[in-house]
Design a protein around this ligand. Structure first.
Ligand SMILES: Nc1ncnc2c1ncn2[C@@H]1O[C@H](COP(=O)(O)OP(=O)(O)O)[C@@H](O)[C@H]1O
Ligand SMILES: [Mg+2]
Length: 318
């Protein structure tokens, strides 16, 4: 995995459409690029079109129209060249039920043409990295769903690749296994791997991704860094203000004037919750106005919107 300094992106998707049958539009003309060495997150609710996109990008499914270029190669006529350099963890579980974890990893390495000692070393490395020691001799059909998923993701790292697709890889994992997986991916990205990752869990997207596309009903409705999305789309910064020696009611007109256009709620006898997109400015004005008029503040904080709120707002409003 060598970091590329190409002047073209790793993935270029333009105007991609997919119809299942005549009526069912799964992808309604999506476009995006993913640069080398980045984690790109595809965040969307069930049925948004995430798996369809992954299937097309990994050459498992033909698009109805549009263009996909990966490593500078076209998926329609250079699929086999692309496949050699990608890894895929699909949403469907794998089913080597009779094999032990260790054997399944070994076999997967063999399928990818990894030879003798190197394969043996790699199996040990992966078993350690994914905390599989305890189940290395356990057969696949005796594993829990979360363990199976962990093995399915782990085995993909048996071979070298430049680009890895992960379709909701953390579903069924417990929090520590989830964190371990995300951290392992981060480490691989540091050494040059490019990752395309789908999830419906915002914290994950926020933790892992350099860039995010929010997809809903086959359309990309937002595209940015996790922080950028929060700033651009959240009008949900909430100022939590408590005053001293005075009732909220009595200074409501003042607050109304300072925070004109914001959503203002009285919160208890001496508190306000002010929902605003320019909360920083409002905060400054409150401090100025209050000190001028000798109104004492007991406490004041700003809660910023979570990516989850941003996401839910967007998905529900489009
Ligand atoms: N093989 C299929 N035949 C018909 N419709 C499908 C098929 N696969 C997916 N769909 C539909 O396409 C849409 C997108 O599905 P999918 O890509 O699986 O979404 P996601 O992975 O985001 O949950 C959904 O409405 C789904 O029902
Ligand atoms: Mg899916």
């Amino acid at each position: 995995m060598v970091k590329k300094s190409n002047d073209y992106p790793c993935i270029q998707v333009s105007n991609l459409r997919k119809e299942y049958g005549v009526k069912k539009t799964a992808l309604d003309g999506i476009s995006f690029n993913v640069d080398y060495g980045k984690v790109f997150g595809f965040l969307g609710p069930n049925g948004a079109g995430k798996s369809t996109t992954i299937k097309i990008l990994t050459t498992l499914l033909n698009p109805s129209s549009g263009n996909v270029i990966i490593f500078g190669k076209n998926i329609t006529n250079q699929a086999s060249e692309i496949r050699k350099k990608i890894g895929v963890v699909s949403q469907q579980p794998s089913s080597e039920n009779n094999l032990t974890v260790e054997r399944a990893l070994d076999l997967y390495g063999l399928l990818w043409g990894i030879k003798g000692n190197r394969r043996y070393d790699k199996v040990s490395e992966i078993i350690d990295a994914f905390d599989l020691q305890e189940i290395r001799k356990t057969k696949n059909d005796e594993l829990s769903i979360g363990q199976r998923r962990r093995v399915q993701v782990a085995r993909e790292f048996m071979h070298d690749m430049e680009l890895l697709f992960l379709d909701e890889p953390t579903v069924g994992l417990d929090p520590s296994a989830r964190r371990m997986l995300l951290d392992y991916i981060k480490k691989q990205v540091k050494s040059g791997l490019t990752v395309f990752f789908t999830t419906h869990i915002m914290e994950e997207a926020e933790y892992l991704c350099d860039e995010l596309a929010i997809i809903n009903r086959g359309r990309i409705i937002a595209f940015d860094t996790p922080d950028g999305l929060k700033h651009k789309y959240s009008d949900d910064n909430i100022i939590d203000l408590k005053v001293k020696d005075i009732t909220a009611e009595s200074i409501l007109p003042r607050i109304n004037k300072i925070a004109y256009g914001s959503k203002i709620e009285i919160n208890g006898i001496n508190g306000f919750k002010i929902k605003s997109f320019n909360s920083q400015q409002i905060l400054t004005k409150i401090m100025e106005e209050f000190s001028k008029n000798n109104i004492k503040i007991e406490s004041i904080t700003i809660e910023s919107a979570s990516l989850e709120e941003v996401f839910l707002n967007m998905v529900n409003s489009k």
